[in-house]
Design a protein around this ligand. Structure first.
Ligand SMILES: Cc1cc2nc3c(=O)[nH]c(=O)nc-3n(C[C@H](O)[C@H](O)[C@H](O)COP(=O)(O)O)c2cc1C
Length: 174
């Protein structure tokens, strides 16, 4: 069998769009400059030690900054933080991303977004190249729980949100 069968990239995109995720903002800091990007390729890896993985495109400005500084933070976005997800996904300067942003610093100096469901600071323990992405494994060095609430969701290339405990609003089908 052909080791690399032809996989239609449009169908693959559609298929991956059927995988519902939460949305996070990953932040980093180097030479007292903050940077960050919106990330949904985020998962917990192990409980002992507590560790997480993020998959970042090499094209993002934040990726080399995390490689150099060896640290990143993850803020888990609440349903009412869609505008922050959009802001951190834009190709704008870090200064614009952080302008008037309500955030506080964790004990390791990284920016944690106020109003998030929770946030982590991580020390990078490995970075593995994966095609045009970099898989960053981070050991959790600080964690905090926000006040709680509903999560922002990403599904079918659009935003959804939980409304209360029984209702989920999904983006319309394409
Ligand atoms: C909902 C959503 C999820 C995203 N998830 C990722 C991701 O997991 N990894 C990634 O590299 N980029 C992801 N992006 C794209 C980045 O946020 C985007 O490329 C960003 O502009 C990079 O910023 P930077 O160049 O300032 O670092 C996502 C965008 C959106 C809207």
């Amino acid at each position: 069998m052909d080791p690399r069968p032809t996989i239609d990239s449009g169908v693959f995109r559609q298929l991956m769009g059927r995988w519902a995720t939460g949305v996070s903002v990953v932040t980093a800091r180097e030479f007292e400059v903050d940077a960050g990007l919106t990330v949904n390729a985020f998962l917990s890896v192990s409980l002992a030690p507590p560790s997480v993985l993020v998959s970042l495109t090499r094209e993002a400005d934040t990726t080399p900054l995390i490689e150099r500084s060896g640290r990143f933070a993850v803020s888990l976005l609440a349903a009412d933080q869609r505008a922050l997800s959009e802001r951190f996904a834009r190709a704008i300067s870090p200064a614009e991303k952080f302008r008037d942003l309500p955030f506080h610093r964790g004990p390791h100096g990284l920016a944690l977004l106020n109003g998030s469901l929770g946030a982590l600071e991580c020390r990078v323990v490995s970075h593995t190249p994966a095609y045009d992405h970099l898989l960053l494994l981070g050991e959790v060095v600080y964690q905090e729980l926000g006040p709680g609430g509903s999560p922002l969701l990403f599904y079918r290339s659009g935003y959804g949100e939980a409304r209360g405990e029984d209702t989920v609003r999904l983006p319309p089908p394409p």
